[in-house]
Design a protein around this ligand. Sequence first.
Ligand code: XIL
Length: 362
Amino acid sequence: MPHTSRPRPHRRRRVLRPLPLAVAGALIATVAVTLPQLTPDASAATTLRGFADARGVRVGAAVGDTPLTSDSSYTTVLDREFNSVTAENAMKWDALEPSRGSYNWAAADRLVNHAASHDQGVRGHTLVWYSQLPSWLKNGNFSASQLNTILKNHIDTTVGRYKGRIYAWDVINETFDEDGSMRSSLWQDKLGTGYIANALRWAHAADPAAKLYINDYNIEADNAKSDALYALAKQLLAQGVPLHGIGFQSHFVVGQVPSSMKANLKRFSDLGLEVSVTELDIRIPLPASTAELAQQSTDYKTASENCLGVPRCAGVTVWGLTDKYSWVPGTFSGYGAALPYNESYAAKPAYTGLSNGLNPNA
Ligand code: XIL
């Protein structure tokens, strides 16, 4: 599939309308001959990516370099089920430029090359963030003008390297506080809010075909944080800044998919922006009960439908695919079991929920 466009819908799922009896009778022989061709390709029709392709959307997974290079069960599931990948860490600044001027592209290149050979698109994650910065940058005491140059150079270099191979970039990540004010960060504190428009413009110049996103968490509901983002997005668009999409991370707790999620995504889509669920996982207090796993399945379906039911939803990405490597237990003490596959690669009820969310006929 071309890297810069949405996957083409399959033509396999034809709708068979009832025929008048006489016509049906006359056609019986023909129908008998054509029926086998109407049988969908079983693997494509029943995988997550089969359903996503049929709708012309992405279903993605965040991918860690360790499992990518060492666990063949992992890559088997990844390549069978997903038509998009996001680097879980490999494209963050600390990974790409651990010491000033010396880049390490190995893991990011591996993922981009893997994706190309498995017909997967790549979401780039992430260019401007307060976290996972190399210490030379965090502790460098740079002036505003130096920082501006460093940031532009980072964007030119990184976006330029993968030009044409990344269909969307999370240019800006987690830039708001919960109350809707701008989060204090290296960028905000030294450069002011103008860094956002600059970063988007630089990224657009480096790869005009990539869709450029602002990505954040706790913006799935209609709340102070999403209101502030909405105001910013509107303002950037009015100024002609190349902002193309909003990424809703969607790190949820089981049973807590916000009821305003769909309406909230729709108001961004109504601005003409793409919307994507970019980091979906749904954590459960451990040990997970059968009832919680069933609720999680419902939640996966609801969350994916909340995006796919809105015009301009580009797709849904889960933050990992198996509980074996999820960031959740290490970050949210006492929680886990957040992903569609368990640690032994058995599909959980959550897999069915996500699959049904993607399948328009479920
Ligand atoms: C997380 C990764 O999953 C972890 O491996 C890493 O230690 C920390 O970052 N929001 C984001 C992601 O935008 O980049 C974060 O990923 C999860 C929260």
